[in-house]
Design a protein around this ligand. Sequence first.
Ligand SMILES: CC(C)(COP(=O)(O)OP(=O)(O)OC[C@H]1O[C@@H](n2cnc3c(N)ncnc32)[C@H](O)[C@@H]1OP(=O)(O)O)[C@@H](O)C(=O)NCCC(=O)NCCS
Length: 181
Amino acid sequence: MDKDRIASRRVYLRALTKDDAPALLEAVETSRESLKRRLRWVGDANDLEYFRRFIAAADASSDSDTWGVFEAKGDRLIGVASLQEMEDPQRGRGRLALWIASDRQDKGIGTEAARCLVDYGIRKRGLHRLFARLDPANRSFRRVLKKIGFRYEGCLRSDRRLNGRWVDQECWGMLKSELKR
Ligand SMILES: CC(C)(COP(=O)(O)OP(=O)(O)OC[C@H]1O[C@@H](n2cnc3c(N)ncnc32)[C@H](O)[C@@H]1OP(=O)(O)O)[C@@H](O)C(=O)NCCC(=O)NCCS
């Protein structure tokens, strides 16, 4: 499995290049309201410069891997998926995060992209544990995590500031030993 391109049935993940900035801006523009409810950075992501900087930072990062999520049919950029916080090789863990453009949500695509991250993170990179955090109101992401085999681990109270209020963060995780062969 190549880090630069991870293929699934309806989507593939590939590393972003600066030429993807316009498509990324467009995907966020069309999904802004739904993404803003869940993701803090969306309020600042208003122009091409933001996405050029985002792509450069992702490329330079030593503790995260980031991919664009593309539809296999038509090659449209419809989201971003990443494994973050992999800073500590001894612990061998990574945080799974992703977003999908609102007009492509609820079609199983987020689940497909998340499975690619699990395969890559555990099978290819050999991470011992993947984890995710979610706002308890985020029923869609919870469902994705359940579908790919993550387990609920507990809840951090008032852990994150989002849209002017403190929100709890549910902790979900999966161990390498739990990945079905
Ligand atoms: C979370 C997210 C990536 C999921 O992507 P997606 O492509 O819609 O995911 P899927 O279609 O594979 O699965 C979504 C599931 O949630 C379910 N769902 C959607 N809204 C729901 C709701 N309000 N209540 C319960 N279930 C809901 C869908 O029915 C589907 O489950 P099913 O396949 O059993 O029917 C997408 O909603 C998103 O980008 N959200 C905004 C960003 C975000 O919250 N990212 C996660 C934190 S990093």
